[in-house]
Design a protein around this ligand. Sequence first.
Ligand SMILES: C[S@@+](CC[C@H](N)C(=O)[O-])C[C@H]1O[C@@H](n2cnc3c(N)ncnc32)[C@H](O)[C@@H]1O
Length: 243
Amino acid sequence: MSTPPPATTSRFNEEAASWDSNPFVQAATTMAHKTYLSRLPPPETLSQYNILDLGCGTGLLTFLLAPSVRSVTAVDVSEGMIDVLNTKLNALPPPHNVLGVHALLSDPDDPILSFDPVTGDSFPQRRFDLVVSHLVLHHIPSLPPVFANIFGLLKEGGRVMVTDFEDFGPEARRFHPESKMEGVERHGIKRDEIRRILEEAGFKDVKVETAFEMEKAVETTPGSGETGGDLMTFPFLVCEGTK
Ligand SMILES: C[S@@+](CC[C@H](N)C(=O)[O-])C[C@H]1O[C@@H](n2cnc3c(N)ncnc32)[C@H](O)[C@@H]1O
């Protein structure tokens, strides 16, 4: 996977402690969770799934999905984010089915992924039923290696399901205030581009669809730091494919 600029990692390390107090982030995660559940198999099948949450942050989506699946391996390149996830995990009564992993993945066979979050046993070349990722792609400099890696991480028949805001044109830039552009590699994801990247990675049954829309306070004038009550609607895409 392409290495994020150090500024991206330090930004998320700094934001980790306050990440969960952002109501927009919480609401977007709730919407993403509903999107995933509406597209995944029924509970008797889903409860057998071992999933990987790529760019899990503090685990907002991880902890929503965990009760529905067998296990979640929650991976993030920011140590600060994983520390917050682990603090939340350790406050929960055992048994746990979540494992926080601080890593930048570039190899599906990375031994750091070999541990079963439920038993702690290590299985070399462990593979997953599902890889999810929410609000992460716009922070990644080059997407093709990420989806090639995700393809390698899945079992035959496994699925990828990712959500992020859509790059619907120049106005999509207003999703972030100008002061928060550090680590923003693109202003959302482009439908045609992401479809092509998934197909070129080898995925079948690729779907790229609007999942939901969210209103967000945006700067009145870019760079002013003032929102003045201005709201904009941002579409979010769900992008999925099967190995
Ligand atoms: C906007 S946050 C979203 C966090 C979480 N998914 C959520 O919705 O609350 C983006 C996260 O992606 C992580 N990230 C960025 N590039 C990454 C990469 N290449 N591999 C793993 N994590 C990455 C960042 O460290 C950060 O925690």
